[in-house]
Design a protein around this ligand. Structure first.
Ligand code: PHE
Ligand code: NA
Length: 441
């Protein structure tokens, strides 16, 4: 079968932004900002996005478009008969692992949409999370529903599946965010939240701030696992990579920052803790919704937002694995989607159990969901990012990547990109990665 292409630049930008904008923006960014002291974290994060994120984003898009292949095929075609294809294989493995627990968290969010409707929000919302995880059928059901939606989109293909769904969902996503912000900043007492969010407290800086900022930059831009290589492989030669990458980076950053504007003012308005960690959106925020006027409605649209963001990302993870099987092994797309999607559903069961009150399922002293998250964010994505930048910088050659990225672009990248990609990105990310591993062990 002929390999598909996005039918327009907008299609690609929306799909890649959809991949980037996800739980990373709505769930992870706010809680990591919260635990790292607010505004000061944001400054360091923005530097990480610009100096580490953008060069890798451009490199992955260029690798994909140049080869028109899945990640394994892309490395194989630029460096035949070498072991570099293993970088692509690591990406396929990351897709498997990350999607499996991503879907569990997305499933929590989905169940909250319906809980907003059926529960008496005014009295018992804060207890929802504990009641949710005290049952097994509920989390498994929603994890299954979410994986099924992901599979259905990917099974339908690039134009009729991914491109169609992002064109519908991304505008809804932006609309919801604005409604939430208006609600949040008009609450009495919200100013304290704005100060926490906008006024940097330099005493809150630590090494952790840097490691968290860099790993958040990878996760949020979908880097280091081939998702952007794969989406780039469906981009036509007529479109500009530099410009598309700049749009994706801008949209992703905007949504993360806006999510903070929707969350922190409301959290402070009700005197709750901004540093509550992963529970910020699932425990703290619902407690906020119970107390605010029209809480049911805002709770409903918030969790709809979370689900939409998650779905447009999860499809990009599944696409990495499916594209590999379709390109390299001539599998039928539908068959690959259903089979791999089902396997990923199963791989998600241990982290799901890890959060259930039925078991104390743990590994390396961490809850299994946190273990999966730790391996993905501290090992897989940085390793993928380091090796991709070394490959593009030194093996394929930064001048080739620059040529690909500058094609039909109104602005050009050159020596700064080259310098960042060849030396600064790999060195900085390696240093941070080794330090994190050392710290954990
Ligand atoms: N970027 C997505 C988010 O912010 C997560 C993701 C990671 C998607 C890796 C694809 C690949 O939620
Ligand atoms: Na993101």
């Amino acid at each position: 079968m002929e390999r598909e292409n996005w039918t327009s630049r907008l299609g690609f930008i929306l799909a890649a932004s959809g991949s980037a904008i996800g739980l990373g923006n709505i769930w992870r960014f706010p809680f990591v900002t919260g635990t790292n002291g607010g505004a000061i974290f944001i400054l360091i994060y923005l530097a990480a996005i610009l100096f580490i994120g953008y060069p890798i984003l451009v490199s992955e898009m260029s690798l994909g478009r140049k080869t028109a292949k899945n990640p394994i095929g892309a490395f194989k075609s630029l460096a035949p008969n070498t072991s570099w294809y293993l970088v692509g294989a690591l990406g396929v493995l990351s897709g498997f692992v990350i999607l499996s627990y991503y879907s569990v968290v997305a499933g929590w969010g989905m169940s909250y949409i319906f809980k907003s409707l059926t529960f008496n929000v005014d009295s018992n919302f804060p207890q929802i999370f504990s009641s949710h995880i005290s049952s097994l059928t509920e989390p498994i059901l929603w994890h299954g529903v979410f994986m099924f939606l992901t599979i259905a989109v990917i099974g339908a293909g690039i134009v009729n599946g991914i491109q169609k769904i992002v064109k519908i969902l991304m505008p809804i996503l932006f609309g919801i965010i604005f409604l939430l912000i208006i609600r949040s900043v008009t609450l009495e007492g919200s100013a304290a939240g704005l100060i926490f969010y906008l006024k940097p407290d330099f005493s809150a800086i630590s090494f952790q701030t840097f490691t968290d900022a860099i790993s958040q930059a990878f996760f949020t831009l979908s880097l280091g696992m081939g998702a952007i290589i794969t989406y780039g492989s469906y981009l036509s030669d007529k479109e500009s990579i530099n410009e598309s990458a700049a749009y994706v980076l801008a949209f992703d950053t905007a949504v993360a920052l806006l999510a903070g504007f929707a969350i922190f003012p409301a959290v402070f308005a009700f005197g709750l803790d901004p540093a509550s960690g992963p529970g910020l959106t699932f425990i703290t925020l619902p407690a906020v919704f119970t107390q605010m006027p029209f809480g049911t409605f805002f709770s409903l649209i918030f969790f709809l937002l979370l689900t939409i963001a998650a779905l447009t990302s999860s499809i990009s993870m599944l696409e990495v694995v499916v594209a590999f099987l379709v390109d390299e092994h001539n599998w039928n797309r539908k068959k690959a989607s259903y089979l791999i999607g089902f396997l990923i559903f199963l791989v998600g069961i241990p982290p799901l159990l890890g959060y259930s009150s039925f078991s104390n399922f743990s590994f390396l002293g961490m809850n299994v969901l946190d273990t999966y998250d730790w391996f993905s964010n501290s090992i897989f994505l940085p390793t993928g990012g380091i090796l991709t930048s070394i490959f593009v910088g030194h093996i394929w050659g930064s001048s080739n990547a620059i040529k690909e990225a500058n094609k039909n672009s109104r602005f050009h990248i050159g020596s700064i990109y080259s310098l960042l990609l060849k030396y600064i990105v790999p060195a900085a990310v390696l240093f941070i990665m080794l330090f994190t591993i050392y710290q954990t062990i």
